[in-house]
Design a protein around this ligand. Structure first.
Ligand SMILES: [Zn+2]
Length: 402
């Protein structure tokens, strides 16, 4: 959709940026789900380093399910205090590995000012209280920090972000924050996350988001206009535009829980599943006949076993973009299940509530459609993996951050 909308210039700002820069496709991490992918972008690492395993996972220390929800809006709709806490604070404060360094921490340790707008991975050195007292605990973000009206480093007077998700007010909030930041040139490094395109793609499918992409283009335009035009914008900033994951059509869903032993714990949603089990091979084998399962992966004596319909062959990993690297890193995450499950084309795994996006779009698997992302650099060489975005951006700062 990005390539098509830039090709026929229906996304005018992205088209102008493409004229000025270099474009390629890049590969994201696995599972190709938002909390995992955004954390990989922000930390420059796969989940073996940052420890965020999935949208939903089993916390072995606390012996409970952690559920981040498929979007902030979904969490609001679900309304559980614990999920809100896990998503907006726990992910950054408790679940994100202390050994990972965020792009904001890296920039600010050298005295630069980092900014984050709406991105779920935001850990930084500054403490923030919520804008509405008592609604959430204190959290730590970069010097400039705007998170769905919940935390704001500076009073920008933007309207509430989450009240009307379907009409795009989340990105409108982001644009208000972005406009404020660019108008003041209030940062050395800005990470600006526009999530409405993912929301629309789940609903309408990846081919049904042209209208939303034009709106998303407008949210990029807001930054350009705040600088006084494209030339002024590009004179001031190097720019990297990318997605955190792809999306593919889904028309069927399966509950993995129905196919494994009841003593196993399944966490699944979108197009990736995990099984927490003391018998990985047994659990993987029990999914051999399940049509919606493309492949299963587990570790045996430290080596990755890749299994499809009863056949075990490591060469299977090479069928996917960076398959070997991504599966190994996902399995080496201490918070991941013992078995990882990647969905077959057109299939989704129902979540704990039995919900899915059949008839729309989804992502999470190892397949190319879920894993490949557009990446466009202006003044930055676009890297081939999203885990290299962090270093690519830091190297453009003056002086460069290493
Ligand atoms: Zn999504």
């Amino acid at each position: 959709m990005f390539e098509s909308a830039v090709g026929d210039r229906s996304a005018p700002t992205l088209s102008q940026l493409a004229d000025a820069g270099t474009y390629r496709r890049a590969v994201t991490t696995f599972p190709s789900l938002t909390p995992v992918c955004l954390t990989s972008i922000a930390t420059g690492a796969h989940p073996n380093v940052h420890h965020i395993p999935h949208l939903v996972w089993w916390n072995r220390q606390e012996r409970r399910i952690v559920e981040y929800g498929s979007s902030f809006g979904a969490i609001r709709a679900a309304g559980t205090r614990r999920s809100i806490r896990d998503t907006i604070v726990g992910m950054n404060r408790d679940h994100l590995s202390k050994d990972a360094e965020t792009i904001y921490e890296a920039a600010e340790r050298t005295g630069l000012t980092a900014a984050a707008v709406n991105i779920t991975c935001y850990r930084g050195p500054h403490r923030y209280l919520p804008t509405v007292p008592g609604i959430a605990p204190a959290t730590f973000g970069p010097r400039r920090f705007f998170f769905y009206n919940l935390y704001e480093s500076d009073p920008i007077g933007a309207p509430l972000a989450v009240r009307d998700r379907a009409h795009g007010s989340v990105d409108e909030y982001a644009a208000a924050a972005g406009r404020w930041l660019v108008t003041r040139d209030g940062f050395d490094l800005l990470v600006y996350y526009l999530s409405d395109i993912d929301f629309a793609s789940h609903l309408h499918g990846p081919d049904g988001v042209r209208e939303q992409l034009v709106k998303t283009d407008g949210s990029v335009r807001a930054l350009v206009d705040a600088a006084g035009g494209l030339d002024e914008f590009l004179e001031r900033y190097a720019v990297l535009v990318c997605s955190d994951h792809g999306q593919t059509h889904v028309d069927r869903a399966v509950r993995l829980q129905d196919h494994v032993r009841s003593s196993d714990t399944v966490t699944a949603s979108n197009r990736a599943g995990m099984i927490y089990t003391d018998a990985p091979r047994v659990a993987a084998a029990s999914l051999d006949p399940v049509e919606g399962v493309d492949a299963t992966f587990f570790l045996e004596d430290g080596a990755v076993v890749a299994r499809r319909r009863g056949d075990e062959d490591a060469a299977l990993l090479d069928e996917y973009p960076l398959g070997r690297e991504r599966v190994t890193a996902a399995l080496q995450n201490p918070n991941a299940g013992e078995v990882l499950v990647s969905a077959a084309d057109g299939w989704e795994f129902a979540d704990l509530a039995g919900l899915h996006h059949a008839g729309g779009g989804s992502h999470g698997s190892l397949t190319t459609g879920d894993s490949e992302v557009p990446i466009l650099g202006v003044g930055i060489d676009p890297p081939a993996r999203t885990i290299d975005v962090k270093d690519a951006m830091l190297s453009t700062l003056r002086p460069p951050v290493t």
